[in-house]
Design a binder for this molecule. Sequence first.
Ligand SMILES: [Zn+2]
Length: 95
Amino acid sequence: MAVGQSGSNLDGCESFYKSSWETSYWRDIAAETDPLYCQLLNCMFGGQRLKRTYLASNNRAIMALKVLCDGRHNHAPWSMTDGVFDTALEAEYAP
Ligand SMILES: [Zn+2]
């Protein structure tokens, strides 16, 4: 989980696990910032694999990223090559 926060403003937070929002660490931040949450699937932003990302921010613009898979494409399989998981290939966001 990566958090950008200044006072009661929450720039944004990303997590690959929905359960991150249930930690005491996050609950303290959420109590101060009253964030909005959205889930997106990276395959709709140029990713090759079905990878969920959960975002939180108190900037309404984040809701424009709430895009789920439309099922109109194939997903590359998750695998490991030479000891490296494919997650490393899906670590960047499309421009
Ligand atoms: Zn997809």
